[in-house]
Design a protein around this ligand. Sequence first.
Ligand code: FAD
Ligand code: PYC
Length: 414
Amino acid sequence: MKKYSAFAIAREAFRQHTGWERAWAKSEPKKKYDVIIVGAGGHGLATAYHLGKNFGITNVAIIEKGWLGGGNTGRNTTIIRSNYLQDPSAAIYEKARSLYETMSQDLNYNVMFSPRGVIMLAQTQHEVRGYQRTAHANALQGVKTEWISPQRVKELVPIMNIDGPRYPVLGGLYQARGGTARHDAVAWGYARACSDMGMDIIQQCEVTGVRTTAGKVVGVDTTKGPIDCDKLGMVVAGHASVLAQKAGFRLPIESVALQALVSEPIKPCMDVVVMANTVHGYMSQSDKGEMVIGGGTDGYNNYTQRGSFHHIEETVRALVETFPMIARLKMLRQWGGIVDVTGDRSPILSKTPVEGIFVNCGWGTGGFKAIPGSGWAMAELMAKGHSPLTEEFSMFRFREVKFIDESVAAGVAH
Ligand code: FAD
Ligand code: PYC
């Protein structure tokens, strides 16, 4: 694969851009692979990438029913932070955040990581206590966050009304090295690197069945025919419980729609990401100038990738209190994704009751930020059978009542 560089751009400019190669190969399934990953979202692709990079396992197929990155990875609002409360969460989210710092160089693909800072606003006394507690926990975990005053919030975000009538801003949990990245680029960068290692990315191919013999996985049935494998990684977010059912086990996952919207582009006015979890909305400004806005999940399980209309109204109404200027913006687009929510708002990275099947899901409304750390840890789990980063995130923790409660850090109401 040719390296992307300033020199390559200049060279191609001189020959009408005729020399670029396909970023990843178009593959058809082989009869058998060492590892099949179902789901070419960020987590599936990152898992495959680290299987190859960290463990030399490259006889891998990544099977995707739609197009790569077309699930939640290409639909999210791209907020990256690691300000979680519990130690196992801080470990995996901070590993991910730190991998984002060098991802563009590691993948030789510009993922536009922008550590512009993330503020989670406290607008009730309950939130003040919750976020101050998280700031203390983060200090002990080595995660750099700080509790900031309302005046500091105003300095960082001048367009904010901190004296709102219902919910004045009482302070915030600030992570200066949190931020955003370009979501599709993350998927595309991993896909290119996986393809370069010889892995097959098979799009437009749905896994319709899982074949097992004597309690061990032997392959999958797909819309392009049966494919055998020694190990199977299920990394399908909102469809995790559907796929698990095909393999004969149940997952404690609820699938719900989460939606987002963007405004028309405007001049730069906010260079920090703000989450306002009481009034319930979050907002950042994209590099194109659009205000990227999101709200909560639908209150019922479903598989539609759009979400119900009243959420848009509720989210925008809530944000207008804190950012009065957005009342005058036109909204351009709205979309949704199906997120996979667990009872304790923490993910599942786990072996399963079927030997050789591993599951990575339950990232719910907050898995974009975790992609590189999750891929790193899931690859280790699949290659070695255990990983220090996944130990507490077993699917069996629910029957053992070993919850990892992250309902405050999850940020998004669900
Ligand atoms: P996906 O990207 O959904 O990939 C799973 C893939 O599996 C899909 O492409 C799907 O087509 C495929 N698949 C499913 N079933 C099959 C099958 N049977 N056969 C083959 N392929 C199959 N997280 C953050 O950290 N920050 C945010 O700001 C943020 N905002 C969000 C906003 C919205 C509106 C949404 C919807 C989510 C948001 N998230 C956010 C959550 C984040 O997007 C997800 O946690 C993350 O993208 C999940 O990645 P994934 O790779 O697990 O899933
Ligand atoms: O997890 O930070 C997050 C998030 C923001 C919006 C949706 N999820």
